[in-house]
Design a protein around this ligand. Structure first.
Ligand SMILES: *C/C=C(C)/C=C/C=C(C)/C=C/C1=C(C)CCCC1(C)C
Length: 255
């Protein structure tokens, strides 16, 4: 256990140092508010990652994997934020490709979380995970094709929305939603409900960013990036904290 913690912390510290070594020659300007949000969020992701890895051992065994995955999500986002921040500060361009690579890894990991928290308290069919994965791929590939200009940006939006609506269907009315309701575990039901609200309200910020950035006449890179940055802060860090809180509740009841 100690070794694992040490390893996790060393990994986090090393990536932090690599980032410092990569630091650009162009420094953050005091009026670059978008750049400032990139900095704040990258540090938030670092802190959350250290927190989740250190807390992993404090929860009941069945919940540990979900806490590890929460740390992986913020850790992967932390590294992408270091690159995104540099692209923004040095060029003033939207770091679209890094953002979508980050989403492409972290959104499926969040879909795994729904499966993991259900399986912490009961037996579940892995079909739940596969359906959520397909929904998230349709959402992200549609959005990327639209943002990167491979297809018409409105068409990309429609495809992306279809994927998201499918995910919402699965967690509200599909098998995942039904299993959570029937689980009989109070902390799980609360956590599942909170994660569902994050995927509904927190995630709605992204399509709004897309609408303001791409669909309402010309790309407004400032608002698009601020909106996406704030959304990531809520949807990755708060998402993990909700799981951690449920895990702690289940743990104290047992111990
Ligand atoms: C950590 C990153 C997360 C949770 C990213 C989530 C991204 C979305 C929910 C994106 C959704 C989009 C649509 C629903 C419509 C089309 C464009 C997207 C890809 C921005």
């Amino acid at each position: 256990m100690k070794k694992l913690k040490l390893f996790a912390l060393t990994a986090v510290a090393l990536t932090g140092l690599t980032g410092v070594a990569n630091a650009s020659s162009v420094l953050l300007a005091s009026d670059d508010f978008v750049g400032i949000t990139f900095w704040i969020i990258s540090m938030g992701m670092l802190a959350a990652t250290a927190f989740f890895f250190l807390e992993r051992g404090s929860v009941a065994a069945g919940w540990r994997t979900s806490i590890t995955v929460a740390g992986l999500i913020t850790g992967i986002a932390f590294i992408h934020y270091m690159y995104m921040r540099d692209v923004w500060i040095q060029t003033g361009d939207s770091p679209t490709v890094y953002r979508y690579i980050d989403w492409l890894i972290t959104v499926p990991l969040q879909m795994i979380e729904f499966y993991l928290i259900l399986s912490a308290v009961r037996k579940v069919d892995s079909g739940i995970f596969w359906r959520l994965l397909v929904g998230s791929l349709v959402m992200l590939i549609g959005g990327y094709a639209g943002e990167a200009g491979y297809i018409n940006s409105f068409l990309g939006f429609v495809i992306g929305m279809a994927g998201w609506i499918y995910i919402l269907y699965e967690i509200f009315s599909g098998e995942a939603g039904k299993l959570a309701a029937k689980s009989g575990n109070k902390s799980l039901v609360t956590a599942f409900g909170a994660l569902r609200m994050i995927v509904t309200i927190g995630w709605a910020i992204y399509p709004l960013g897309y609408v303001f950035g791409y669909l309402t006449g010309g790309v407004d890179a400032n608002s698009l990036n601020i909106i996406y940055n704030i959304a990531d802060f809520v949807n990755k860090i708060a998402f993990g904290l909700v799981i951690w809180a449920a895990a702690m509740q289940n743990t104290s009841k047992r111990g």
